[in-house]
Design a protein around this ligand. Sequence first.
Ligand code: NAD
Ligand code: ZN
Length: 358
Amino acid sequence: MKFRNFKLVGHVIFGRGAFAQIDEIIAPHRKGDAPMIFFVDHFFEGNQPWLAKIPLQGKDKIVFIDVTHEPKTTVVDALRDQLKAEFGEVSGIIGVGGGSTMDMAKAVALMMTNPGSSADYQGWDLVQQRGVYKVGVPTLSGTGAEVSRTCVLTGPTRKLGMNSDFTTFDQIVLDPEMIKNAPVNQRFYTAMDCYIHCIESLEGTFLNAFSRSYGEKALQLCQEIFLEKDNWDDDADEKLMMASYAGGMSIAYSQVGVAHAVSYGLSYLLGTKHGVGNCIVFDKLEEYYPAGVKEFKEMVKKHNIDIPQGICKDLTDEQFNKMIDVSLGMAPLWENALGKDWQSIMTREKLRALYEQL
Ligand code: NAD
Ligand code: ZN
């Protein structure tokens, strides 16, 4: 097909307090007595009033998702096996958390109906069966995981998503109240994932009018929130939530670029988390995104955020080589960033020199 036929999220609800409607939203998707399973970020265990309001019925269950490490195929498979052993079938999975928890919800929902291991489906359009009903409820905004057609997993040999039309959520609930109390540093790192998505999409060679429209809007919202405002308020949460949505829509039809390609290497070798890893890399990318990096540094300064430095200083040649292999494996990202001729521009030596600066 010459043009990509772009799969969207099925239903979207936006509004402060919208999560209170979850019972009504999921009711039509209940299948007999098969339960709805709520995957909730472990941060919330025991400390959130809204947890008590989750409308559990029959065999419905809350499973707290430990996101100390970003999602792994082994953990996805184990959760699928547990749910199958306990319930046989489930009606649906509702992921309430940041990008990691939402991705776990997408992956396990798919693995309830697809045989084998989630590692078998890391790639593009390998998923064969529609999964069970799935809902995403962000508690951090920035990744765009709520709108994307992927769920990023670390598997035995690579870090790569299950990209498919079946991966997109059936429903998302955008409730700014849910992101209200995120810690300042974490909120910034995840929000900068969105800012970086915008820059990489807008400066990329894959850009079209669809991606540009969403990317420009998301970028403008990030600038309003992080440069023009002096205090964080409800309006900032609402704008950040919509920036994440629009930034996700922008990259879904284009691609990310240098910061993501380099940050994937860090994440694979050192387990560096996506948001902070992107910030560590983007901070050093003046050569590729001069205006974006300048503005990023202003935001870091204004919000008094720590960007870790020197994380590669003690690595061995073998470790550098592993990161370079992982990073150069992300061909579409490099092509978007540098054009068809990217391999002659981003040599192993040049990439090594970049990693040494981090
Ligand atoms: P995260 O989900 O990894 O969470 C980061 C930390 O914040 C965790 O410790 C978590 O417990 C905590 N947390 C979450 N919500 C909170 C809240 N409201 N208050 C306090 N703490 C909270 O962070 P993220 O940046 O949202 O997501 C990164 C993940 O998203 C990575 O696994 C990355 O691979 C994935 N990702 C996916 C896509 C996609 O399209 N599917 C795109 C980008 C990133
Ligand atoms: Zn990202």
